[in-house]
Design a protein around this ligand. Structure first.
Ligand SMILES: Nc1nc2c(c(=O)[nH]1)N[C@H]1C(S)=C(S)[C@@H](COP(=O)(O)OP(=O)(O)OC[C@H]3O[C@@H](n4cnc5c(=O)[nH]c(N)nc54)[C@H](O)[C@@H]3O)O[C@H]1N2
Ligand SMILES: Nc1nc2c(c(=O)[nH]1)N[C@H]1C(S)=C(S)[C@@H](COP(=O)(O)OP(=O)(O)OC[C@H]3O[C@@H](n4cnc5c(=O)[nH]c(N)nc54)[C@H](O)[C@@H]3O)O[C@H]1N2
Ligand code: SF4
Ligand SMILES: [Mo]
Length: 671
């Protein structure tokens, strides 16, 4: 058999978009392995992707458009042709638009594929028809805004700088599960003697990296960060030269710290004053300190403020003075390519309303919305599994008068509620651009094989939908390859700096590293770190409580190492290793409730009652309960998953999700 290895990249919502080599005969992907020449991911793929071929050639892939036959949610469908599907969708949409206006159509998408074209191309189409817009804040908008309020768009360091560090704080991130290449860099630093501190709500897989794990009460990290700042100030450990030259409002900030004596914050955070003092002293003594930010502590009602408070710490010690020092967690390669070539903001003729993706359940059920949501088009996402307030999301999806179209690779929970399903392709079946959010590297991918059956890329599907809706524009006549070339031929500040050698490498499919930022080049309006922001309702970083709730156990959502959000649930080999839907609870909390290890239990709050297993573990402190992973409703013990226990409440700024900020009670299911 004639086969060769081709370069491609992981498409999933994961920081590194690892470089992949795929062995193919032009029809099938026979095997994949890490690309050893990728400058960041260097030949290593995670356990989920080292059998990507099993997902690509999975027997359950959708290969033809389908029309619903049974009741919504039943999963009964009949195959139809693309012509029939497009005719049905466009005639329904045209009649809805004439009755309610185009805003009654709501696109819903997130990061099924992170590759630029597959991820962004729906926007042009929905702008052109004038549909409602989605506030895409399901992941970490609280974190983004928190950085923005003090550091602007300063990107921080590349994950490779971790290996130069002698003191690393991993804050609210399970790197070993979700950012494997940062894990590798931290190991390198440890070999050279670096100290590693993990600040978490429970002992995660990443505890294996840590010299010390500091467990904090969920949602109180701002009080912890400010108490570290208090010690830095009290013990004269701040870098005054740095504060004078590179920050704004340092005096005001330092004066505000008196309220955060660690003896007082202990009640809030659960962290002892000795621990805070030890942390502050070790942090200030480091030559090259790094704080690696996850999004966990930002998925709270006070999430943006929390990130703002933590980001103040490297400014107090002047960690940025070391070329590899400072922080990691605000990287974006989004400006390398001219995205507007594919999103086409110019297609939007007039402003339209926005709907927050974290509040889908309410949006679908609120018939007073004007116009009501009458049609939902889902791609790159699986809201029936991943969105908060699942009971209401499912109730909304049940609505007889909601016309739902889902473009998917598998019959997901959301697809089961569709009126029409369109089959989607996979990353190796079309050309695209790779723009990771965990490292400064970009790459292009080529089509390696044909999609199975009649599956089509997001790009091709939107072009067909545009034609069916009578939109005549040359933009929608391009092929996937042509739109990619159009983006590449549009100059940007970064592309203008590329050498011929960079372009040559890029064209050959290699990942190209971008220039690393200068750690002292602060991307704020004042070009300084801005402790003081008189324009904000809280001018200085301060502690604000999270939303909390009335139930005794704090419920925190955390990732699974075996799946990625609801992706990979098709892979039995992975879901079997992950195990059934369990809440992790401390044995003392369990005993108080008469719960034994692996009992079935009800977890409940005002939103829902969810049947699941209880896994008793000392890894979780008393008062906290952990929900790892995203499960399908089929994997649920009853009808609902953890997501039914998460509210639609938003972060303090950025309108982000608050998955880690809910409370519940638990009881044995048979008492
Ligand atoms: N294997 C795997 N990889 C993934 C994903 C996955 O689901 N599985 N998801 C992908 C996605 S969508 C994302 S956004 C990224 C990155 O995801 P991030 O959200 O940046 O980080 P995570 O590694 O998921 O870890 C979040 C951690 O925050 C902790 N946490 C929650 N609340 C608090 C708090 O109040 N204080 C503190 N200190 N910690 C808190 C949780 O216990 C959890 O361990 O990972 C991506 N990669
Ligand atoms: N319980 C719980 N809930 C969570 C989280 C959690 O940790 N715990 N994490 C939250 C976070 S951080 C995030 S970012 C969100 C993620 O939410 P989503 O972005 O919805 O993530 P996935 O569940 O991975 O669903 C992506 C879907 O897109 C499909 N897809 C993949 N590629 C393509 C393509 O090219 N075209 C089309 N049309 N479809 C494609 C996949 O088959 C998959 O069903 O979930 C959030 N929800
Ligand atoms: S670590 Fe993340 S980016 Fe790399 S192969 Fe695994 S899922 Fe993809
Ligand atoms: Mo995410």
């Amino acid at each position: 058999m004639d086969t060769s290895w081709k370069r491609t990249a992981c498409p999933y919502d994961c920081p590194d978009e690892c470089g992949i080599l795929a062995r193919t005969d032009g029809k099938t992907i026979l095997q994949v392995k890490g690309d050893p020449l990728h400058p960041v991911t260097r030949g290593f793929l995670c356990r989920k992707m080292n059998h990507y071929e099993k997902t690509i050639h999975h027997p359950d892939r959708l290969i033809t458009p389908l029309r619903r036959k049974g009741p919504k949610g039943s999963g009964e469908f009949l195959p139809i042709s693309w012509e029939e599907a497009l005719e049905e969708i466009s005639s329904k949409w045209k009649s809805l638009i004439s009755e309610y206006g185009a805003e009654c159509i709501l696109p819903y998408s997130y990061s099924g594929s992170e590759h630029l074209i597959a991820n962004q191309c729906g926007q042009a189409f929905f702008h052109a028809i004038g549909a409602s817009r989605l506030i895409d804040s399901i992941c970490c908008k609280g974190k983004d805004i928190g950085f923005d309020q003090i550091l602007g768009s300063t990107p921080g360091q590349n994950s490779s700088s971790l290996s130069h560090s002698d003191f690393i704080i991993i804050w609210g991130c399970n790197v070993t599960a979700t950012w494997i290449h940062a894990h590798t860099q931290i190991l390198k630093a440890k070999k050279k003697g670096a100290k590693v501190i993990l600040i978490e709500t429970y002992e995660t897989l990443s505890s294996c990296l840590a010299d010390e794990v500091i467990l904090v009460k969920p949602g109180t990290d701002s009080a912890l960060a400010l108490s570290v700042a208090f010690v830095l100030k009290e013990q004269g450990l701040c870098n005054m030269d740095f504060l004078n030259n590179y920050t704004l409002g340092a005096c005001e900030f330092l004066s505000s710290l008196d309220a955060y004596d660690p003896r007082r914050t202990q009640n809030i955070t659960g962290v002892s004053p000795e621990t805070v003092e030890r942390l502050a002293i070790a942090y200030s003594r480091a030559k090259c300190s790094q704080i690696l930010f996850g999004a966990g502590m930002s998925r709270h009602g006070n999430g943006a403020m929390t990130v703002r408070c933590i980001a103040a710490l490297p400014a107090l010690t002047g960690a940025f003075m070391h070329p590899h020092g400072g922080f990691i967690g605000n990287i974006s390669t989004g400006k390398v390519f001219d995205k507007t070539q594919v999103t086409r903001p110019d297609f939007l003729k007039k402003p339209v309303r926005w709907i927050n993706m974290n509040q889908l359940g309410s949006a679908l059920l609120d018939q007073t919305l004007n116009p009501p949501v009458k049609s939902l088009y889902v791609y790159n996402s699986n809201p029936a599994c991943v969105a908060s307030n699942q009971a209401q999301v499912l109730e909304g999806l049940q609505r007889d008068d909601l016309f739902t179209v889902v473009h998917e690779r598998f019959l997901t929970d959301t697809a089961k509620y569709a009126d029409i399903i369109l089959p989607a392709d996979m990353s190796v079946e079309h050309a695209d651009l790779v723009t990771p959010y965990g490292s400064f590297v970009v790459q292009q991918t080529q089509k390696l094989i044909d999609p199975p059956g009649e599956a089509k890329s997001n790009w091709d599907t939107f072009c067909l939908l545009a034609k069916a809706m009578g939109i005549i524009h040359p933009f929608f006549s391009m092929t996937n390859e042509e739109i990619k070339e159009r983006i590449l031929s549009s100059p940007t500040e970064i592309l203008n700096t590329w050498s011929q050698e960079d372009w040559k490498k890029f064209r050959q499919g290699y990942a190209v590293s971008l220039k690393l930022p200068d750690s002292l080049d602060f991307k704020t309006p004042s070009k300084k770190i801005e402790f003081l922001r008189p324009d904000l309702s809280f001018p200085l970083p301060c502690y604000q409580p999270n939303h909390g709730g009335n139930y005794p156990l704090k419920l925190v959502a955390a990732p699974s190492a075996y799946t990625l959000n609801s992706t990979f649930n098709e892979r039995k080999d992975l879901t079997e290793k992950r195990g059934p839907m369990c809440l992790l609870i401390n044995p003392k909390d369990a005993q108080k409730r008469g719960i034994h290890h692996m009992d079935t239990v009800y977890a409940y709050n005002d939103l829902a009652r969810v049947l699941c297993y209880a896994s008793l573990t000392e890894a979780v402190p008393c008062g906290t309960v952990i929900a790892e992973g995203v499960y399908t409703t089929q994997q649920a013990l009853d009808t609902l998953t953890f997501n039914a226990l998460f509210s639609e409440r938003l972060t303090d700024a950025g309108e982000g999700s608050t998955y880690c900020d809910n409370t519940i009670e638990m009881m044995p299911s048979i008492s």
